[in-house]
Each structure stands twice: as structure tokens, then as C-alpha cells.
Design a protein around this ligand. Structure first.
Ligand SMILES: Cc1cc2nc3c(=O)[nH]c(=O)nc-3n(C[C@H](O)[C@H](O)[C@H](O)COP(=O)(O)OP(=O)(O)OC[C@H]3O[C@@H](n4cnc5c(N)ncnc54)[C@H](O)[C@@H]3O)c2cc1C
Length: 431
């Protein structure tokens, strides 16, 4: 009977250490640096690398990576338990060597890069000596890759890339960009695109502007609006086969989505603590907010939703470990992905409401959390698309009813039951 929610003592000790480290060392850094990815910021450079060294010595660096890439090859359940701690702090993922988009990009490079590309980019990327960018979404739409038009055309032993990409996070500071471009416009829609590496500083890569999120000041931000103008890359900068970009992209998405969910568990738990502290601190009309039933409902609903989300996330992580095949957990991952937006949205909206006017200000983090809930509902595919995937996967397991009435129609079931017990009930008077 294996149905066990306990953590082995050795790993529990590591988690306890990580929890204290994130609270005491990472959370304060979030308040003094602008952008944890910006290797050019001296304040960031003074604070983050020393912590990364401590994490490496502790054996918790890049725990998402398998031994082939120098990581410990933790399964997803162990990762989930660690990631939910890292989710408390903006900079913790980079302190622990598991930040997006570098984590996914390193997996792509490891699997599809030439030895030369790996030498140039993989090792420094895994060590956070450089940062990278994944450039797929286009201004005319991200949820439907069939509308992407950025093109790569063969010219001798080079490819020439032209087009525009939108929300290419960290494009301005990336040492290389992984870009998706149409190479075979006449092929079926999902075989038209190919993935390429563009080295940073290649002529023709023009970041038109860095777009910021709603709570960031105008002029701030890290979401690159990029125009590629006659950008030339050699043939060996292609990642995966020609026309194989979607399969390459999947390398990063399966793990990436569940890792976001794990970190979101940590974030919503932190927000839940703020809800509860407010409920037991603030008086109105002579009593604590926490004594009011509608506030109690907010506390109860938040806790229940967070725990349900955490269990779904952990169970999905466990299934990934069991099956070692993301195709078999597509429905589960889509469910987690859709639930993630709703839980973060609903819990942070309640936290904002309970903090009253203060909750709406830039002196509390709730507006950023609310925007973040929408970010989670967009990046790596909109919630609607994931719900459709989930429903389709679930409906595949069902057959139509045998006739006009459902298979569970009570008259049908009773007739079957009567037939089943006919021999044993023969001659027994029925009331
Ligand atoms: C903070 C942040 C960082 C990002 N980083 C990157 C990055 O590094 N690289 C990158 O390439 N992209 C990145 N993205 C882009 C992200 O992948 C896209 O936002 C996403 O794919 C949706 O594309 P879109 O924004 O163009 O929205 P659209 O495609 O215009 O969709 C808008 C809305 O339409 C609805 N919709 C869309 N499709 C359907 C459907 N099938 N059924 C029902 N409703 C639907 C949904 O409500 C959706 O939100 C990032 C996005 C954010 C917010």
C-alpha cells in the first residue's frame, strides 16, 4: 500500500535549509534589485552570485537538470517541494539556477545544439554567466502559431532571418536568442517552422523597445519587441530538424509549465499568510476582520483552493516521475496550468480587498500579483487553450450513449438489475 505524503528526512532537512535561506537571504534582495536577470547591474552582481555559490555548495544548484548536464536529476516531486519554496521570492529561481527562460533553453541546447554551440553557450548558461531569450510570439498573435510570419530563407550555407517578434523576454540582455522562423511555408502548418540560435550582437537584431508590465513604470520592462532584419546565421545554428520547431519547443514547455505551477504554490501560500495576518490584525466596527463571516469565507476558500491546487500539482509531478513521458500527462498539465491562473487571481484579489486602500497601492504587492496571474494565464499558452486540451483529452475516454437515453438512465439500470437477479428473486414477493 504505497500512498505516502511524507518527505524522506534527508531531503526534508535540505528543504528546511532552503526555506530559511529564501526567507532570510533572497526575499530581502527582491526589494533592492531591479531585475534579477540583469548581469550588467552592479547591485545585482554584488548580491546574487555570492548566494549562488552557497546554493552550489549545498548541492541544490540547477536541481531540474539531469546528471548529463551536471544536475542531481531530482524527480519532479522533489523539484515541486523545492520550487514551492522558491516561488516565495522573485530572485530565488536565479539564485538556485532554475530561472526561466534559461532552464528551458538549456534543455533545448543540450538536446539539439552542435558541440560547438554547447561549448559556447550551454556551460556559461548553466552557470548563469550569461542569460538567454526564447523568441516565438509575434505581434499579430501568440496563441496561434499558424499566424507567425518571421521567415528564414536559405542563402548558400547561411540562413537569412526577417520578421518581428513580441514579448521576447530578456532579448536586450541575452547572449543568444532561440528564434522560431518559417522555413517551409508550403508544408503542413506544424511542419513549417524551424528553430535557430542567433548569437547576441548579430547585425540586424534590433530591439525596438522593451515593453513593461502594467505595474512597471513606462520605460521599464524586459519584454523585447524585436525586429529581425536580414539576420544571418550559419547552417549549423539550426536546432533540431528543418520543419521541426514545434517538437523542439515542446522540450521546454512540458517541464516549464509544471515548474511555474510549483512556484505559484509558494507564492499563493505567502499571499495567504498576508490574508490571515490582516484578518487577525484589523478591527472594524469593534471587532476583528477575522470574526466576520464573509472574511472567514475568504480565508476558508483561499486555503481550500490552495491545497487543492497544491495536491493536483504534486500528483501531476508524481505522474511525470512514474511515466517519464509528458504526452501521458498532457491533460494533467493543462489542468494545472488553467487552475494556476485562477488560484493566484482569486487569492491575490481577496488579499487586496482585505487590505483596503493600502491593498491597491504600490506599497503592497497585490496589484503585481494580480497582473502576474494574467501572465500565468498567457505565457506557455492561454488558459482557454489549456481547458480545451483538457476537455478533449478527457472526452476521448468516453463513448456515446447506446440510444436516446443515457447509459446511466435509471429505468435502464433497473431493468438490467432485475435481469441479473431474476433467478435469485424468482418467487419472492416484491413490495
Ligand atoms: C510576461 C510574459 C512573458 C512572455 N515571455 C515570452 C517569451 O519569452 N517568448 C515568447 O515567445 N513569448 C512570450 N510571451 C508571450 C506569450 O506566449 C503570449 O502572450 C501567449 O502565447 C498569447 O499570445 P498573445 O499575447 O498574442 O495573445 P493572443 O494570441 O492575441 O490571445 C489573446 C486572448 O485570446 C483568447 N484566446 C486565444 N486563443 C484562444 C482559443 N483557442 N480559444 C479561446 N480563446 C482564445 C485568450 O483569452 C487569450 O488570452 C510572454 C508573455 C507574457 C505575458
Amino acid at each position: 500500500m504505497a500512498w505516502d505524503f511524507s518527505t524522506d528526512p534527508e531531503y526534508a532537512e535540505q528543504l528546511a535549509w532552503a526555506e530559511a535561506f529564501v526567507r532570510e537571504e533572497c526575499e530581502p534582495i527582491d526589494l533592492v534589485i531591479r531585475e534579477s536577470h540583469d548581469l550588467g547591474d552592479p547591485v545585482r552582481q554584488a548580491l546574487i552570485p555570492p548566494l549562488q555559490k552557497v546554493v552550489k555548495e549545498r548541492g541544490l544548484w540547477a536541481t531540474h537538470l539531469g546528471p548529463h548536464l551536471g544536475g542531481p536529476g531530482y524527480g519532479q516531486v522533489k523539484l515541486a517541494l523545492l520550487n514551492e519554496i522558491l516561488g516565495r521570492s522573485e530572485c530565488a529561481p536565479i539564485v538556485f539556477g532554475s530561472q526561466a527562460p534559461d532552464s528551458g533553453n538549456s534543455e533545448i541546447l543540450a538536446r539539439y545544439g552542435t558541440p560547438d554551440l554547447k561549448k559556447r553557450y550551454l556551460e556559461p548558461l548553466l552557470d548563469n554567466r550569461i542569460v538567454s531569450c526564447f523568441s516565438m510570439t509575434e505581434p499579430q498573435g501568440g496563441a496561434d502559431p499558424k499566424v507567425f510570419t518571421t521567415q528564414a530563407v536559405r542563402d548558400g550555407d547561411e540562413w537569412v532571418i526577417n520578421g518581428e517578434k513580441w514579448f521576447s523576454s530578456f532579448a536586450s540582455m541575452a547572449a543568444f536568442i532561440i528564434v522560431m522562423a518559417v522555413t517551409d511555408p508550403d508544408a503542413p502548418p506544424y511542419e513549417r517552422h524551424t528553430m535557430f540560435v542567433i548569437p547576441g550582437g548579430t547585425p540586424g537584431v534590433n530591439v525596438l523597445r522593451d515593453v513593461g508590465l502594467g505595474y512597471q513604470p513606462l520605460g521599464g520592462g524586459r519584454e523585447g519587441y524585436v525586429r529581425y532584419e536580414n539576420v544571418r546565421v550559419p547552417d549549423d545554428h539550426m536546432l533540431g530538424p528543418r520543419g521541426g520547431a514545434f517538437a523542439v519547443a515542446q522540450t521546454r514547455l512540458g517541464g516549464g509549465r509544471i515548474h511555474h505551477a510549483m512556484r505559484t504554490v509558494g507564492l499563493v501560500r505567502r499571499i495567504f499568510d498576508m490574508i490571515c495576518e490582516r484578518a487577525v490584525s484589523r478591527y472594524t466596527q469593534g471587532e476583528l476582520l477575522g470574526n466576520k463571516q464573509m472574511v472567514q469565507e475568504m480565508v476558508a476558500d483561499s486555503w481550500t483552493e490552495i491545497e487543492a491546487f497544491r495536491l493536483l500539482t504534486m500528483h501531476t509531478a508524481w505522474k511525470i516521475d512514474q511515466f517519464d513521458d509528458y504526452q501521458k500527462v498532457r491533460a494533467d498539465i493543462s489542468a494545472v496550468k488553467a487552475m494556476m491562473q485562477k488560484v493566484l487571481h482569486d487569492v491575490s484579489a481577496r488579499a487586496l480587498q482585505l487590505h483596503g486602500s493600502l491593498g491597491t497601492t504600490h506599497e503592497m504587492p497585490f496589484v503585481a500579483h494580480l497582473v502576474e496571474s494574467f501572465v500565468l494565464g498567457l505565457a506557455d499558452g492561454p488558459t482557454e487553450v489549456h481547458k480545451v486540451t483538457l476537455a478533449r483529452q478527457l472526452l476521448k475516454n468516453y463513448k456515446p450513449a447506446p440510444d436516446l437515453f443515457p447509459s446511466e438512465h435509471l429505468l435502464r439500470l433497473r431493468a438490467a438489475a432485475e435481469a441479473k437477479f431474476a433467478d435469485r428473486l424468482a418467487g419472492i414477493p416484491r413490495v
